[in-house]
Every structure is written in structure tokens, then in C-alpha cells.
Design a binder for this molecule. Structure first.
Ligand code: ARG
Length: 608
């Protein structure tokens, strides 16, 4: 028999609750205890807690376990129904300062009403002590993202990987995990042979004079053309690869030069978007590939197949496709490098989580890598490869994203266009007359970079998405522009009231929060959901939930602000009454929105 599960410890005193309190987690704990004592013989009963939705009739949260439990009991020949189960659970639910009351409703739902004083207390802690991450077990997480290829262009797919990957890192860093941000650059492989051979011909003194290759893509195309058409050149290119992989200093120097040119181009994009990432390309794994191939061979994981060495995830069923570990010419492949990479991340980096942000087209590759790494004992049974996949970027015509003339879009051009359009939008709204040049530039950048990132992050990443500056720059709807405006408006409320943060803080200490009006209560409850949303996203890595939450905050705020005065003025515009608790609510709203935007990698401005 299984050991009885440790009962979670429940909160008993409101004052012990901190600003990072997660309502959903606590409800799960409460109902785990309740269901555990109502049905001690059920092993791992389902604990299903959800938000109740918009109708206040259904309470704030719901426990929907009764139906599933009734099913489980029926399977054991116990005669019962969900409503009876719900009542049994209710009778065993421990009292909690979190819960005002619970009602059994409908087919057997348990509607949970939250206790207002607890919500007020947590808001006060957020206001006084700041936003804190919900506590989690600290993990070492390796996030492989962006990862463009040297001498090839960095395309919109890499842009998506960069934006999504950076935001995942920010979220995990907020949770205080130990995050390693890796740029797995495609900087190794046979293509470097032809690039080096071409470099030797075109810029023979490359060792002393940095080659003036401004357009590396054109350079790549030229050398590819020669490689395809000229047998002699092709032979030389192969010889160059051998020299390079054996570490010949001249060849290493040429290779470095080529990488440098690409790197400078990539860095421009990272600078614009404020991306921090460590370069560790495929070349880093050269020796480790040799060692990994040896390990796989010696342990009998490789099969010979027409001169190549392949590895199956499952050698008995031969399901899926095998990895090509060694080509018939003895060379290594993308598969070889990812096997060496996962091994390095497990054994040297001591990673707990292995995240790879790539387009959905690479998913099969990573499924196979996981299967083979498990089979070879590189990954332990509980460890997995988390391939965070995303869809294709489409143009407004729903076809592959291209320029009008049909060329692929250069990322730097795209970003520059974003900057241009963002400025136009601000000027159109007359902001250039209100803001000084420095403020205007700040707003321009926040909007441009913000809208590109938010448009990507706010959609379910697995879907393809249509890139449209018109849509992203709309100031209505769930867009970065709308949210940035909403935020500056909230920030300006306290400014008009001319109440300093110190004065507000003193009020908070004295009176605390009071959620009297229905709209205040509604907003307050939304504001407390950050930990819940963060924990969900940290688990499933779907950032659009965080964007939806952000939009929910701002909608709840709008409703509150429509219905509740924060400052009352007389006919002459003189302030006659200040509602301190409401200004405090504005402050907490603003801070939470800023935190969410920060996790999404979006910079905020105080004026816009
Ligand atoms: N360089 C690859 C590409 O452009 C992405 C690399 C992803 N990371 C990895 N470990 N395979 O498609």
C-alpha cells in the first residue's frame, strides 16, 4: 500500500498571509484535506478547482470534483450521486480564513465565496511590501532559444523564438529559478568548408584585415553557387571542413571571422529588443560529439544502415524516424549535435528542465532526441525535453510572410518599420506636442518593440499568426498600445490627486484596504490572481494566459474607474475629497500590470 500522502498545512490566520499568496493553491490544499477525509479510500482523488466565471451567483471559485468522484465510486459499486458527494465534501471542509462560505449547487458544484478581509489584507501586503513571486522549488533551467544560423539570415521564425524564449526566461527568473539562456547558434557543419574556401579566394589577407563582408547572405549564396557548379572548389571545400574540424589555427581564424560578421548582425536585433543571451553554438560540442558517438557506439545503441550509423528511440518497434548519428562520410549531423548537447546539459550543467523554443516543424526531431536520450540513459526517466513550439508567421494575405517584391523580410527592416509606424501613430494622436523629444523617443520605442512582442505573445503560440502592424498598433482591444495607454492613465490618477507615495503608504498602514463598492471587490479579486497565473504559465509555458490576465486586470480597472471616484472635484476643479483606498487600488493595479509587462519583456513609460 502507498504511504499516506502528507497533508498540506493550511493557513489559519490572515495575518500570516503574505503578498505572494496564491488563492488557487490554498483552495487545492483545502479540498485535498476535505476530500481526503470524506473519501479516505480513494487513491489520488481528482482535486478540480476553477474560477467561477462572471456570474456572482456561482461564487468566486468552484470545486468540481464531485462528479468525477461519484464516477469513481460508481466504478467501485458504491451507490451515490454527485450532489451527495458534494455534501459529504462540504461537511469535511476545514474552516479557513480564505473562505466566506461554500454552497452546493446544481449537479454537485461547490461554489466558493472568498472572504473579503483576506483579499484586503493581501492587497495591503502587496502595496506595502511589493510583489513577490510565489514560492517554488528552485530549479536549474536551460532555455535554448533564438538560435539563428551563421551566414544565413535570421528570419521571423527566429524572431518568434527570441521573443517567446526571452519571456519564458523572464518568467522563470521572476520565480527565482537558476536560468541559463543559451543561443544554440548554427555555427558548425559542412557549409563552413565552402565559406572558408570562398573567403580565402576573395579576401586572401583575411587574417590581418577584417574582411569587409557586409552582406553575409550574398557571400553565402556566392559560395554555394561555386560549390554546386565547380567540382574543384567542392573538393577544396571538403578539405577545408576537415582542416577546420581538426582545429587548424588558420581555418579556425577564418571561421571566427565569418561568425563575427553574423554575430554583429544578430546583436543589432538583440539590442533593439533588449535580449540577454549566451552564445554557445553547435561548435561548442565538437569534442563532446566525438565522445557521445563513442559512448553510443560502445553501448550498442547504434545500428549500421547503408554506411551510416543511426539510432532508434525504440529499437524494437522502429516507430517514428531514427536519428542519423554518423553520416556515411563519417560526418556528424544536427541530430549528433543535439545528442551531445542534451548530454552536456544533463551532466555538466546539472539541469532540471530542458527547454527548446523552436518552430513546430522541429517537433519530431526533439521527440526523437528525447526518446534516444532516455534510451541511452542520458535523461533520467522523470526528465524530459520540453519543446516549446510555435506556428508560422503569415503576412496579411495569410500567405508566408514576404515583402511586396516577394523577398523574405529582413528582421532589422521589420523592426525599423515598427519604429517608423509607432512614431507615426504617436504623432497622429498629437503626442509629439505633449511630450518632449526624449519622452517621445521613449514612447516610440516602448510602443514599437512592445507591439511586436505582445502581438506574438498574446496569441496561442502553437497557431500560425498574422503579422500586421495595423492590428498591433491599434489602441483598442488586447494590444500593447492599449495596455501601455491604460497604464499611463492609471499612473496619472495619483499624479492629478497630488498624493505622494509616502502619504498613501501612511494611509495604508493606518486604514488598510477597504473593498466596499462591487467594482472595487471585483478588481481586488482579479489583482490577487497573479501567483495563480504565473504558476500556470511556468508549468505549461503558454504566455498568452499572462496576456489575457493583463487584459483582464485592465478591463476590471476600467469598470472600477467608471463607477468609483478616486478624487472628487468641485465645479472649479478644486479637489474636495480624496479616496485614499481607491488610490491605493490604482497603485497596486499599476504595479501588477508593470510586473506582467516586464515578464513579457515590454518596457513601460510614465508618459505617452
Ligand atoms: N539553429 C536552428 C534553426 O535555425 C535552431 C536550433 C534549436 N536548438 C537546438 N538545440 N537544436 O532552426
Amino acid at each position: 500500500k502507498k504511504e499516506p500522502r502528507k497533508r498540506p498545512s493550511l493557513i489559519t490566520d490572515i495575518n500570516s498571509v503574505e503578498s505572494n499568496f496564491c488563492i488557487l493553491e490554498e483552495l487545492k490544499n483545502i479540498f485535498e484535506v476535505a476530500i481526503g477525509s470524506a473519501y479516505p479510500d480513494l487513491e489520488d482523488p481528482p482535486i478540480i478547482i476553477t474560477l467561477s466565471g462572471n456570474n456572482p451567483k456561482f461564487g468566486d471559485y468552484q470545486c468540481n470534483s464531485s462528479m468525477a468522484i461519484a464516477q469513481l465510486l460508481k466504478a467501485k459499486n458504491v451507490k451515490t450521486n454527485p450532489r451527495e458527494v458534494a455534501n459529504n465534501i462540504l461537511n469535511k471542509t476545514p474552516t479557513s480564513p480564505l473562505i466566506e462560505k461554500i454552497e452546493v449547487a446544481g449537479a454537485g458544484f461547490l461554489n466558493i465565496y472568498l472572504n473579503k478581509s483576506l483579499v484586503e489584507h493581501v492587497l495591503n501586503s502587496i502595496f506595502r511590501f511589493g510583489i513577490k513571486p510565489p514560492p517554488v522549488k528552485r530549479e536549474r533551467v536551460i532555455v535554448d532559444f533564438s538560435s539563428p544560423n551563421i551566414a544565413k539570415e535570421m528570419h521571423v521564425g527566429h524572431l518568434r523564438s527570441t521573443i517567446i524564449g526571452d519571456s519564458i526566461c523572464r518568467l522563470l527568473e521572476f520565480l527565482e529559478h537558476d536560468v541559463l539562456r543559451i543561443n544554440h547558434l548554427g555555427d558548425w557543419g559542412t557549409q563552413f568548408g565552402m565559406l572558408i574556401a570562398h573567403l580565402q579566394d576573395k579576401f586572401p589577407n583575411y587574417k590581418t584585415h577584417s574582411p569587409p563582408i557586409s552582406d553575409l547572405q550574398a557571400f553565402y549564396k556566392e559560395s554555394k553557387k561555386r560549390f554546386d557548379e565547380d567540382e574543384v572548389f567542392k573538393k577544396r571545400a571538403y578539405a577545408c571542413v576537415v582542416k577546420l574540424q581538426s582545429g587548424d589555427p588558420d581555418y579556425i581564424a577564418a571561421w571566427k571571422k565569418i561568425c563575427e560578421v553574423s554575430r554583429l548582425e544578430f546583436q543589432k536585433i538583440y539590442d533593439h529588443l533588449d535580449i540577454k543571451i549566451i552564445d554557445r553554438g553547435e561548435s561548442f560540442y565538437q569534442d563532446r560529439m566525438v565522445a557521445t558517438v563513442k559512448y553510443l557506439k560502445e553501448n550498442g545503441y547504434l545500428e549500421e544502415d547503408e554506411g551510416r550509423y543511426i539510432m532508434w528511440g525504440n529499437p524494437d518497434t522502429h516507430e517514428g524516424i531514427p536519428l542519423t548519428i554518423v553520416k556515411s562520410d563519417g560526418g556528424y549531423t544536427y541530430d549528433t549535435s543535439d545528442m551531445a548537447t542534451i548530454r552536456q546539459r544533463v551532466e555538466e550543467e546539472k539541469g532540471d528542465r530542458f527547454i527548446y523554443v523552436t518552430d513546430a516543424g522541429q517537433h519530431t526531431h526533439f521527440v526523437t532526441i528525447e526518446a534516444c536520450a532516455k534510451r541511452a540513459g542520458i535523461l533520467k526517466p522523470h526528465q524530459k525535453v520540453e519543446n516549446v513550439v510555435f506556428g508560422v508567421v503569415l503576412g496579411e494575405d495569410k500567405k508566408k510572410f514576404k515583402t511586396r517584391s516577394g523577398d523574405t523580410i529582413k528582421l532589422i527592416d521589420l523592426i525599423e518599420e515598427g519604429l517608423k509606424r509607432s512614431l507615426e501613430k504617436l504623432v497622429e494622436k498629437g503626442r509629439d506636442k505633449v511630450l518632449n523629444p526624449e519622452e517621445l523617443e521613449k514612447a516610440q520605442k516602448a510602443v514599437a518593440y512592445g507591439c511586436i512582442k505582445y502581438a506574438d505573445l498574446s496569441h496561442n503560440r502553437v497557431n500560425d499568426y498574422v503579422f500586421s502592424f495595423d492590428k498591433m498598433l491599434d489602441d483598442k482591444g488586447n494590444t500593447a498600445v492599449y495596455l501601455l495607454y491604460a497604464l499611463t492613465r492609471i499612473r496619472s490618477i495619483a499624479r492629478t490627486a497630488q498624493i505622494s507615495e509616502e502619504a498613501l503608504l501612511a494611509e495604508a498602514k493606518k486604514t488598510g484596504f477597504k473593498l466596499t463598492h462591487e467594482a472595487e471587490w471585483k478588481l481586488g479579486k482579479v489583482l490577487l490572481r497573479l501567483p495563480e497565473v504565473i504558476l500556470k504559465v511556468a508549468n505549461d509555458l503558454y504566455l498568452h494566459s499572462l496576456c489575457e490576465y493583463l487584459y483582464e486586470i485592465s478591463s476590471a480597472f476600467t469598470e472600477f474607474y467608471d463607477k468609483c471616484y478616486c478624487v472628487e472635484k468641485d465645479k472649479d476643479g478644486k479637489i474636495v475629497k480624496i479616496y485614499y483606498e481607491r488610490l491605493m487600488l490604482c497603485e497596486v493595479t499599476a504595479r501588477l500590470m508593470e510586473k506582467c509587462l516586464d515578464i513579457l519583456g515590454i518596457k513601460t513609460v510614465s508618459k505617452m
